[in-house]
Design a protein around this ligand. Structure first.
Ligand code: GLN
Length: 196
């Protein structure tokens, strides 16, 4: 199964390497519509959401991703990618997002680069995948955003210190941290399952 990684900026190679470790998955770098047409799902990596948002338009990918996501293609946004998925972005210099997922997210809400941290979080993938219930995974937060609120159709997948750090709305998943920077591949495997 081909799974795409948006290849504009950010932790592209790390997601690529994580997907390579999963059986029957062929990671594909997505830079244009032709690449996107080949894949069953798309990961939007962390990086800098303003930059990625601008380049999405320039690369002619913005409308294509919106169209595919609305037609059911699984999309997982990590960190900056999660910001780009959100319907509502809070904070300064808000990015030019795709406005797909019913979440409100605040950029850089955990502080600056020096406030980056690594922790363990418990994933509750409850209604979406019983065997993932209670999985504990390492998570790295780098100038991470906070998911402040979620809509009725959004399921919270994980919290850290009472704050939402991962959520899913049908084919869309957002996480404010970077699983691709750790050795754990649970969340990548979970996304692969979403892609079916
Ligand atoms: N702070 C970045 C932004 O607002 C996101 C950081 C990240 O992706 N690690 O775009």
């Amino acid at each position: 199964m081909k799974i795409g990684i948006l290849d504009i900026q950010g932790s592209v190679e790390e997601h690529f390497a994580a997907l390579q470790k999963i059986k029957n998955v062929e990671p594909v770098l997505v830079k244009n519509k032709k690449d996107l047409d080949q894949v069953k799902g798309l990961i939007m990596p962390g990086g800098e959401s303003t930059t990625i948002g601008k380049l999405l338009r320039r690369f002619g990918l913005r409308e294509e991703i919106i169209k595919r996501a609305k037609a059911g293609m699984p999309v997982w946004g990590t960190c900056a990618g999660a910001i780009l998925l959100a319907k509502k972005i809070v904070g300064t210099q808000t990015a030019d997002g795709l406005k797909l997922m019913d979440i409100a997210i605040e950029r850089n809400a955990y502080g600056r680069q020096v406030d980056s941290f690594e922790t363990q979080i418990e994933f509750d993938l409850g209604t979406y995948g019983g065997d993932y219930f209670g999985k504990v995974v390492p998570a790295i937060f780098i100038r991470a955003p906070k998911i402040l609120a979620v809509g009725k159709k959004v399921q919270i997948l994980a919290k850290h210190r009472g704050e939402i750090v991962a959520a899913r709305q049908g084919n869309l998943m957002a996480s404010s941290f970077h699983p691709e920077l750790t050795d754990s591949k649970e969340i990548h495997e979970y996304f692969v399952k979403m892609c079916g």
